[in-house]
Structures are given as structure tokens and as C-alpha cells.
Design a protein around this ligand. Structure first.
Ligand code: ZN
Length: 57
């Protein structure tokens, strides 16, 4: 009954700010929740390797 302290929040692992648990992206650092972080990192790593390949060959 009007207990606002019970609103669900989650902490952004990137900038440690508390945002609504329903938010899919952090409004501060644009961190994306729910996305497979490992997959994103692997994709980024592959892209970097690909560009390095293009540069050196
Ligand atoms: Zn953030």
C-alpha cells in the first residue's frame, strides 16, 4: 500500500546505477540486458580479428 521502496530495480553491471527491472537497456551507458553477453563479446572479437586481418594482409 504505497510502499515505493519495494519497486523492483536491478543494478547495471556496467555503471552500477539502479534502473527499473523492466528496462532492457541502461539509460546511462546503454548497457543491454538480456542479450547473450558472451555471444556479443565473441562477435566483437571476431570482428576485431577480421579487421586486423584486413589491415595486415
Ligand atoms: Zn549502465
Amino acid at each position: 500500500m504505497g510502499n515505493n521502496s519495494q519497486t523492483k530495480t536491478k543494478e547495471c553491471p556496467s555503471c552500477a546505477i539502479e534502473i527499473g527491472s523492466k528496462s532492457k537497456t541502461c539509460p546511462v551507458c546503454q548497457y543491454e540486458f538480456g542479450a547473450s553477453r558472451i555471444g556479443l563479446k565473441l562477435t566483437a572479437l571476431l570482428l576485431i580479428l577480421f579487421f586486423l586481418y584486413l589491415i595486415f594482409f
